[in-house]
Design a protein. Sequence first.
Length: 115
Amino acid sequence: MAAVCGMACEICELKPECKGCPSGIDPGAKDRLDELKKLLGFPCPILKCAIENKVDYCLRCDNFPCKIHYKFNYPYSDFLLDSWKAMKEHRKDFGSAEFQKEMLRIAMKYRKPGK
């Protein structure tokens, strides 16, 4: 299963065990969700959301980043999720002073002490 659902399987540490997921719009996605429930003991919330919202990949969803990614904070950090959110909100402003200020605000918020 080389396709991806909500996220890029290549960055997921569970891929060696679960072997990856189909797209959320793939006809076999619901069967894969059931398989993952048996394998992991719970359904993958990202694949479940992709199926329910009829989206192949989270980045293509109008609601990304959503509460599911923030709740599980895996595989994307709050910093990356906030960066995506800011980019979507300021898409028309790329390169503007306002966009640069927002990116700096996010970077400072998540800056590690001493850096």
